[in-house]
Design a protein around this ligand. Structure first.
Ligand code: NDP
Ligand code: OXD
Length: 313
């Protein structure tokens, strides 16, 4: 890499020191500038970001490449001042993917084994056996068959769950039943007892977890949302849980993060809340991927995992 290349690091998570040491170890010639004290904006070649503030990227006139600190890029594409000609790459890291699959497997098993009901029974001191199926009798449907959806689906299939998945483009994946398009979604929902959302947030997918979707699931189905908070129409969830249409929801992402104090999800007995930790970016495994993208850009080689802003992911 040419000496003097400058990278702006901006994250809402306090991880700058770890990132700096990983990046410098791999590429000592890279000049890392930590937001907000990053000097002359015209000197910045690369921006490695999570939730950059509106206009930050547009203020960098010589920016060559935007690198997302996460797999999702809605936090970048949502900036109305985003400089449109600058390529964006998202993070695809097997470590992150494996973490997401662990989260999905955990929540699907909890929902399948009626952990929510047993927690409620324990609170009340009730010793009662509930009828229980085996995994092979509990169909799981995954919204989004990308890097994470396919990996998580593979883990669930290895646990014995019949796995279906839904994507934008039609696919054939060994061991999965696959669906695409609006009609495909309705077909999959009708056969899904646990619905897992692993979609990117786009104008097409926003609000997909809504009353209409819940009504298309069999009575007593459960949902897992590890995509983005805006996939869920939050006000539709509690009525679906209270009516018994849904039996439980495991949520890792929310419209407002942190989830505000007093939000009904905090205390609803059938909602499992985690603080956006399903897949935490790991600087040690992600830094080599970031450096590879920068080297590709410097050398004029094709980028990998480049985002298509027109599709929104
Ligand atoms: P990918 O881009 O690899 O996969 C996205 C999948 O969604 C693809 O299968 C794509 O279809 C499908 N899709 C997109 N739009 C539509 C649509 N309109 N209709 C049907 N299917 C659609 O993404 P990843 O698997 O790497 O990541 C998925 C998301 O997971 C991220 O965008 C992020 O929001 C979330 N995430 C959450 C984390 C957490 O900690 N909670 C951590 C990491 C990621 P096709 O295959 O046809 O393109
Ligand atoms: C991601 C995330 O998109 O952490 O990687 O949510």
């Amino acid at each position: 890499m040419k000496p003097g290349m400058a990278l702006l690091f901006r994250s809402s998570v306090d991880s700058a020191a770890r990132w700096q040491s990983e990046l410098v170890r791999l590429s000592p010639e890279l000049d890392i500038r930590i937001w907000p004290e990053f000097g002359d904006p015209s000197e910045i070649d690369y921006a490695l970001v999570w939730h950059p503030e509106t206009g930050l990227l547009a203020s960098l006139p010589n920016l060559k490449l935007i690198l997302s600190l996460g797999a999702g890029v809605d936090h970048i594409l949502g900036d109305p001042q985003l400089p449109r000609g600058v390529p964006i790459v998202r993070l695809v890291d097997p470590y992150l993917t494996a973490a997401m699959s662990e989260y999905v497997a955990l929540q699907v098993l909890r929902l399948h084994r009626q952990d929510v009901d047993y927690r409620i029974q324990q609170e009340a001191g009730i010793w009662r056996e509930l009828p229980q199926k085996n995994a092979g009798e509990r169909p799981v449907g995954i919204l989004g068959l990308g890097e994470i959806g396919q990996h998580a689906g593979g883990k669930l299939a290895s646990l014995g769950f019949p796995v279906s998945g839904w994507s934008r483009s039609a696919k054939t994946i060994a061991g999965f039943t696959t669906y695409a398009g609006a009609a495909g979604l309705m077909q999959m929902l009708g056969k899904t007892e646990i619905l897992v959302c692993l979609l990117p947030l786009t104008s097409q997918t926003e609000g997909i977890l809504c009353a209409r979707t819940f009504a298309a699931l069999p009575v007593g189905a459960a949902i897992v949302n590890a995509g983005r908070g805006r996939h869920l129409v939050e006000e539709d969830l509690i009525p679906a849980l209270d009516s018994g249409q849904l039996s439980a929801a495991a949520l890792d992402v929310f419209q407002e993060e942190p989830l505000p104090p007093g939000h009904p999800f905090w205390h609803h007995p059938r909602v499992l809340v985690t603080p956006h930790i399903a897949g935490i970016t790991n600087p040690a495994t992600a830094a080599p991927i970031i450096i590879d993208s920068i080297r590709r850009c410097e050398e004029g080689r094709p980028l990998v995992n480049q985002v298509d802003p027109a599709q929104g992911y």
